[in-house]
Design a protein around this ligand. Structure first.
Ligand code: ADE
Ligand code: ZN
Length: 326
């Protein structure tokens, strides 16, 4: 029998989730059935997503996303994800949204998808008491040209709901500087910035991402631990890491929970936060993450209160929203 987490009801702030990556496998299977799409190969015998490594994970992820074909699909997905996330005590969630998965990056189509997600977010707020903001995300393995289009789309739709711009996907393709144009355009449109780095790349990738993209947050960033001068610089500059330990363990970015650097980064003064990334892919929830942090690093309510203060401070929402959530 699974144990109910003692941290389940603790109010939590989650900064790093991917909306499509939060789709439960049963939800995706349902869409596949409705649309006659054969993606049976991406599930294991228990019906969970299955993948061998990070590259294969990205392929499985892309295959699952082929079932998400209309604004209505994204409305249903957003509402389902908000219900599940809120059930683990999350009161504020930021989600990476990819126009490339919503009408292929076309601005006119994107407006319809976005309206559907924004309407679902309002419904989720009313029904489940969770606040959501969207971070439009370029996909690194689609290349710098496509990232420019994504940034234009982001700039056009920046507002109360879309408050950030990010970069996800295959980190080892190209260098951060290839995406400077996109990040400059997003910043000029008033968006706040984050990028995945140091999940697969080394400290150099984290340092270049900060230098070239001028982000205030880094997705993962865990490999910074291999250069303590960089760790001290992150601490001094207040760069926030969106750490997703369960994701790192399952994707084997670290060998196991004991080897995860989150506690070492935090002990050296880095602002760390905790998120789930793509929870059904990694068979995790925010409750599971907190349980593991308690088990492996001895963290308790005071540590979690500190994490959540850091996350709220770093959240891509306005001061009035933060005050309500504090
Ligand atoms: N997209 C979804 N999950 C991701 C991850 N962990 N790293 C990079 N891109 C992603
Ligand atoms: Zn991520």
């Amino acid at each position: 029998m699974s144990r109910v987490s003692e941290f389940r009801d603790l109010p939590k702030i989650e900064l790093h989730t991917h909306l499509e990556g939060s789709a439960p496998p049963a939800f995706i299977r349902g869409l596949a059935r409705e649309k006659n799409i054969d993606i049976s190969g991406i599930f294991d015998a228990q019906g969970n997503y299955t993948f061998r490594d990070f590259d294969h994970f990205l392929k499985v992820y892309d295959a699952a996303c082929t079932t998400l074909q209309s604004p209505q699909d994204f409305h249903r997905l957003t509402l389902a994800v908000l219900e599940e996330t809120a059930s683990h005590g999350v009161i504020y969630m930021e989600s990476f949204l990819s126009p490339d998965f919503c009408g292929g990056g076309d601005l006119v189509a994107w407006r319809d998808y976005l309206a559907a997600m924004e309407a679902a977010a309002a419904e989720g707020q009313a029904k489940f008491g969770i606040t959501m903001r969207g971070i439009i995300t370029a996909i690194r393995h689609l290349g710098p040209d496509q990232s420019r289009n994504t940034a234009r789309v982001a700039a056009e739709t920046a507002g109360d709901f879309i408050t950030g711009f990010g970069l996800a996907g295959a980190e080892m393709m190209g260098r951060p500087g290839d995406y400077t144009w996109a990040f400059d355009a997003a910043r000029e449109a008033g968006l706040q910035l984050t990028a995945h780095a140091g999940e697969w790349g080394g400290p150099d990738m984290v340092a270049e991402t900060i230098r070239d993209l001028k982000v205030s947050r880094i997705g993962h960033g865990i490999n910074a631990i291999n250069d303590l001068a960089l760790v001290d610089q992150l601490a001094e500059n207040g760069t926030v890491l969106e750490v997703c330990p369960g994701s790192n363990v399952v994707l084997q970015a670290v060998t196991d929970w004991n080897a995860h650097p989150i506690a070492r980064l935090r002990d050296r003064g880095v602002k760390v936060t905790v998120s789930t990334d793509d929870p059904p892919y990694f068979l995790t929830t925010m409750s599971d993450e907190y349980d593991a942090l308690a088990r492996y690093f001895g963290w308790g309510p005071d540590d979690f209160a500190d994490l959540n203060r850091t996350a709220l401070d770093a959240a891509f929402c306005d001061a009035k929203t933060k005050a309500k959530l504090a």
